[in-house]
Ligand binder design. Structure first.
Ligand code: SF4
Ligand code: SF4
Length: 584
């Protein structure tokens, strides 16, 4: 037995189930799946950080077509990027088992949306399995590969933040031998031109029907838990089912782990066992609406919140609403408003702060941001981002605003990992269509926000191999970008000069690579700074960079927390009175 998080347990399950190749893109809450697999696989299988989720899914599909068991892992919004190949792959099918691990984020702890991946399973018409904890997560991988190979289709294993990050003891499964690999040529199977695609469409529907029947009979994963009070029966899945069991111990419960295709036979059987059915599901009313479509009356979102994470306390509130009681006053955890506020902030010494500080000195520009640490540039005192849409959207939204007739200069910002993920096509579009935005790559040499993963620009793979590093500036030039600058954001003078020149130009685009490594990733600290109170005039200028190592008791005169200071020298460059100096 080992104490593992859900993500670690998924990696262990995949390894022991004989996965030969794994692909993914980092994104909380899924990141540790591939990191763990690369570590525990110890070279026995192939693991990669792909340049984005679409690439990851396509590569996994290729390996599965050749007969290998594969895994691809991503966060919820990553599936939006990978949705195109997923839809077609459902028709094409796979040879070796293929699991698409998608980690949803109810409560939006680290995501821009709260989208429910089960919608994609319905759209793609492929099975979805939902483990309730780490122990189930490990075991469910075996079941997922069985289903995938039996029906020759990809299978989604859907976790949520709570399942991915909570820990429990996990039984180590036996090692299964990996599949023999050989790609068998068969154009009618692997090419979905309409002639063959129409037959595949029919096959998908037949497959769904068979899967629904098997899911109805799968007592290992779709279980009816007994309860003596049959006035109410609960239907639930994932970790929510465990909370429901805790809060409704006397009522029978249908706990689903193979939740799609819907196990209609089992749903009907369970409905006949209780006077009233309540569906408690996190996210959208997908089960509820389907149960109603079977002609089974049930309650659901009329009592259960649609938004946010369903914690045990929120389920207790559901129970009270159902029983028409006052909401319970007992709470296991203090409410968030009782806790001191901890607004998200760029770390002390972060190079993005220097970039935003310099950019913030220009008025009358529109700055379009993107997903990554640099999205924090929106907060005061930097206040330096006006929009944020999606990965790669920094460049393209800026271009769209510029083409709308807006006369102010637009600036699009993406990170280095994001540039390779989905920034290149945007840059190409700006050049090709003769935009005039200033495009900035906030290059801190790492996929920092998800825990410092490598990417094509770092020259190191997930399995630690040193490879040629892709050059952002060379890619930009190859796309036809004529003016390409590289500047250390802590070099205030040079940065100001570039910005002044380029923000004044409206005739053509330019690319600025703002390059300095993330100090946390480098594990390097510069010389700590301190304030000389004798020289400080209390002008407050240094406070405007928003460094969390700089504090003040009166709003004017700063002090620097030497334990927090990263020694980046930004504040020193801001102070006009030389009151901030290196210590020692
Ligand atoms: S206190 Fe100054 S030198 Fe230290 S991390 Fe903050 S901005 Fe950089
Ligand atoms: S910028 Fe210099 S003078 Fe102004 S408050 Fe900061 S340390 Fe004092």
């Amino acid at each position: 037995m080992r104490l593992l998080s859900g993500n670690e347990a998924i990696a262990l399950g995949a390894l022991r189930a004989g996965v030969a190749a794994a692909f993914g893109y980092p994104g909380t809450p899924s990141t540790e799946v591939l990191e763990t697999l690369a570590k525990i696989g110890d070279g026995a299988l192939y693991c990669e950080w792909s340049s984005n989720e679409k690439v990851a899914l396509e590569a996994a599909a290729g390996a599965s077509m050749a007969g290998a068991r594969t895994l691809t892992a991503m966060k919820l919004v990553g599936l939006n990027v990978a949705a195109d190949p997923l839809m077609t792959l459902s028709y094409l099918g796979v040879q070796g088992g293929m699991v698409v691990l998608v980690a949803d984020d109810p409560g939006q702890h680290s995501s821009q949306t709260e989208q429910d991946t089960r919608h994609y399973a319905r759209l793609a018409k492929i099975p979805v399995l939902e483990p309730a904890d780490a122990e189930e997560a490990c075991a469910i991988m075996f079941r997922a590969y069985e289903i995938s190979e039996k029906y020759q289709c990809p299978v989604i294993v859907r976790t949520t933040t709570c399942v991915s990050h909570s820990r429990c003891f996990v039984e180590e499964p036996e090692q299964r031998k990996p599949n023999a690999v050989r790609f068998e040529k068969d154009v009618t199977r692997w090419i979905p031109i309409p002639l063959w695609g129409r037959k595949k469409r029919v096959h998908v529907e037949e497959r769904m029907k068979l899967q629904s029947e098997e899911a109805s009979a799968d007592e290992a994963w779709n279980r009816i838990l007994p309860g003596k009070d049959r006035s109410l029966g609960i239907v639930s899945s994932g970790v929510t089912a465990l909370y429901c069991r805790e809060r409704f111990p006397d009522h029978p419960m249908l706990k689903l782990a193979w939740s799609f295709p819907f196990p209609d036979g089992l749903l009907r059987r369970f409905a006949s066992m209780a006077d009233r059915i309540l569906v408690i599901e996190e996210g959208d009313p997908i089960l509820e609406e389907h149960i109603k479509s079977l002609g089974i009356p049930c309650d659901g979102k009329n009592f259960v919140p649609r938004c946010g994470e369903l914690t045990p306390d929120r389920i207790e509130e559901v129970k009270n609403r159902l029983l028409d009681r006052e909401s319970a006053s007992h709470k296991n955890l203090p409410e968030a408003e009782d806790l001191p506020g901890r607004p998200p902030v760029l770390c002390a010494g972060c190079p993005h702060r220097a970039l935003f500080y310099q950019l913030g000195r220009f008025r009358d520009i529109i700055v379009c941001g993107d997903i990554g640490c640099y999205s924090l540039g929106v907060f005061p005192p930097l206040n330096c981002t006006d929009t944020m849409l999606c990965m790669g959207g920094g460049f393209t939204v800026a271009h769209g605003i510029a083409k709308s007739g807006e006369t102010r200069k637009t600036v699009g910002i993406v990170g280095d990992s994001t540039f390779f993920h989905s920034g290149i096509t945007g840059l190409l579009d700006v050049v090709y269509n003769q935009g005039n935005s200033l495009l900035i790559v906030a290059d801190n040499r790492s996929t920092a926000m998800t825990g410092h993963q490598d990417h094509p620009g770092t020259g190191v793979t997930l399995q630690g191999k040193t490879v040629p590093a892709a050059s952002i500036e060379a890619v930009a030039k190859a796309c036809g970008m004529e003016r390409v600058y590289v500047c250390d954001p802590f070099d205030a003078e040079k940065m100001q000069e570039i910005l002044r020149t380029e923000l004044a130009r409206m005739d053509s685009p330019a690319l600025l690579v703002s390059r300095a490594p993330c100090p946390l990733h480098q594990k390097k600290r510069g010389i700590v700074r301190s304030v000389d109170p004798g020289l400080c005039k209390g002008c407050g200028a240094c406070l405007k960079c928003g460094c969390p190592a700089i504090g003040t008791t009166d709003g004017k005169h700063p002090f620097i927390d030497s334990a927090a200071c990263g020694g980046c020298r930004l504040c020193e460059s801001i102070c006009r009175f030389s009151a901030i100096r290196p210590v020692g």
